[in-house]
Design a protein around this ligand. Structure first.
Ligand code: 13P
Length: 257
């Protein structure tokens, strides 16, 4: 973390978990445990149908509600899809774009990720852009090339001014839901590389101000070490974000001096 230059953001990605009533229950538990300190921003990215329940439940605390996906067209005959304006209108602030599960199971590509990033920014949402390599790609030694490609394509055509609204999340696929966390060194190496890539594209001042998260089996026991790396400005948390106590412990780790 480097709070002098950029925001620390702890975001939960619930994936396809919890009903609307469970959302309300979680919010009550979280509110009872949330620390008073306000150093880090807290975001909860819930399934689309639970957004109204989450907005209502968190309206009196500093917890932002995020979505997990959007479709890039503004409106029209796209059965089952949700637009950026629809999310914005509900009070959503952040939206995860290009999560590896969406790339893997729903055919998202660097090209569609870029279109979704633009749609989110045009609607005034903050995209949390996910990048990350598979185990095979890491073993082939092409992690950095792949990350550079994902970052550059996601940001193609994004102005420097709009980049300020973006968050980038490094999520190595082999660490997601596997309990196998990247070591702090591995995570830091790629997050630093992402910042360098942004610097080449936008210059040092903007690169210094962008929030870069790590995601992949982040939990109370490893959060402090990961967040202690200068280029890791927060976490995108799956499993551990489903439990209010674990989630708060990670928030507390981000609030350390
Ligand atoms: P886990 O924390 O369950 O590994 O999931 C990480 C993730 O995919 C967050 O987007």
């Amino acid at each position: 973390m480097n709070r002098r230059y950029r925001k620390t953001i702890i975001a939960g990605n619930w994936k396809m978990n919890k009903t609307a009533s469970e959302t309300k229950k979680f919010a009550e538990e979280l509110k009872a445990l949330l620390p008073k300190a306000k150093w880090c921003d807290v975001v909860v990215c819930v399934p689309a149908v639970n957004i109204p329940a989450a907005i209502k439940a968190f309206k009196d605390v500093r917890v932002s509600v995020g979505a997990q996906n959007l479709f890039y067209e503004k409106s029209g005959a796209y059965t089952g899809e949700v637009s950026a304006d629809m999310l914005k209108d509900l009070g959503v602030k952040y939206v995860i774009i290009g999560h590896s599960e969406r790339r893997q199971y729903f055919g998202e590509t660097d090209f569609t990720v870029n279109k979704k990033v633009h749609a989110a920014l045009d609607a005034g949402l903050h995209p949390i852009i996910c990048v990350g390599e598979s185990l095979e790609q890491r073993e082939l030694g092409i992690t950095m090339e792949l990350i550079a490609l994902q970052v550059k394509s996601a940001l193609a055509g994004v102005s420097a001014e709009k980049l300020r609204k973006c968050v980038i999340a490094y999520e190595p696929i082999w660490a997601i839901g596997t309990g196998k966390t990247a070591t702090a060194e591995q995570a830091a190496e790629v997050c630093t590389f992402i910042r360098t890539t942004v610097r080449h594209l936008y210059g040092a001042r903007i690169a210094r101000s962008i929030t870069i998260q790590y995601g992949g089996s982040m939990k109370p026991s490893n959060a402090a070490e990961l967040l202690g790396q200068p280029d890791i400005d927060g976490g995108l948390i799956g499993g551990a974000a489903l439990n209010a106590k674990d989630f708060v412990e990670i928030i507390n780790a981000a609030n350390q001096e």
